[in-house]
Design a protein around this ligand. Sequence first.
Ligand SMILES: [Zn+2]
Length: 456
Amino acid sequence: MAAVTFLGAVGSVTGSKFLLESETGSVLVDCGLYQGPKDLRKRNWDVLPLDLESLDSVVVTHAHVDHIGYTPRLVGTGFSGPIHATTNTVNLARIILPDSGHIHEEEAKFANKRGYSKHHPALPLYTEADARKMLPQFQNHEFGEPFEAAPGIQCSFRRAGHILGSASVLAEFDDGKRVVVSGDLGPGDHPLLLPAEPLPECDVVLCESTYGNRPRPDLDVTARLGDYVEDTISRGGVVLIPAFAVDRTEIVLWHLAQLQRSGRIPRVPVYLDSPMASAALAVYREAARSGAGDLRDSVSKELMFEPLEVRESRTVEDSKALNRMRGPLIIISASGMATGGRILHHLASRLGSSRNSVILVGFQAPGTRGRALADGAQSLKFFGSYHPVRASVHEIGLSAHADQNELVNWLQSGPTSDHTVFTVHGEEDASASLAAAADAAGLFAVQPRMGERILV
Ligand SMILES: [Zn+2]
């Protein structure tokens, strides 16, 4: 027997959780948090329909919170087995999970202060200490190295090209059945990472569909970034780039380095002002030094970003000192959607001048300050007061995901095409659209229902 149960990321892009069962064992592939609107986040408090005592292990595809962020909660509610991941997913998890715990504590504190939680007192889903305590449960694996995830289920990781360490999981059952969980698949042109490995022979594939309903805009990202940066620099202004701490920061630095190398933009100082982004950058650099299997050749040099001068602000004082500096300069800071973090005090001091610019380089969820800026807000509220938006605001669609064509190509990249495709990890429209596109390409694709169990 081989069975798959869809326990999350059905009709949404967060909360990935898929249970694989053999006759004698079970493994949870991905253990992600729900993020975004409140009704989704409330699901993080639901009790999973799982017997945690009999769950043999967890296997995670990559270090994004919507794929690993539920692991401390799973451990907190009784799971004591191993959590398998690639080496660099574990290295990034050491940064991301304690930070996630810290955010939950801050949210609980805030809810208590405002008295808006239905729990009294509001409790964090897990704390920073909870996250640190469970890190030893992670077990490292190299790409392609098979390991027994549960009795009767052997797993291995295959490159997915999405962020450092990201992988698809191939699960081979004792009865010969083979299931692939795609994880998140990167765009084929990630400047630092090799593209996803072709789909191996399998009976069933669970495929992400974040961009299942659209092509990526065919933009020359480097040139557009160059235009915006050059404009700002020429008027002596400051370029603010809110960036997600992991991977996006490295890609932005890579583009800026290209622009300086080619003489397209002048040499101005670039400040990286986010402790988490600095920690993640150190993981990327160490991965390059040690020759991680998912990095492109020649990347160790690229990760020094020459001739860019990257100055990392370590302390809060370093960060605040940036407010007193005159342009031209570039500041990259988190969070990527300006929902919190050091980017806020930079916005507070720079938004009011038309000399400056803000360049948004990632998805901006509805309801965030980043979304408001992208939509042309005239003012932004934070730190209790309104700030006028006089700086110019630009949006560049840097994507860490494969688009519809790339996903269909990947689904057809295996030795055969008779596997059943289940489209997951996408909004309803995106998952339906990818299923239709896969069908049109001669594959058999289905949109699963939440909680559904299928036999392979
Ligand atoms: Zn991801």
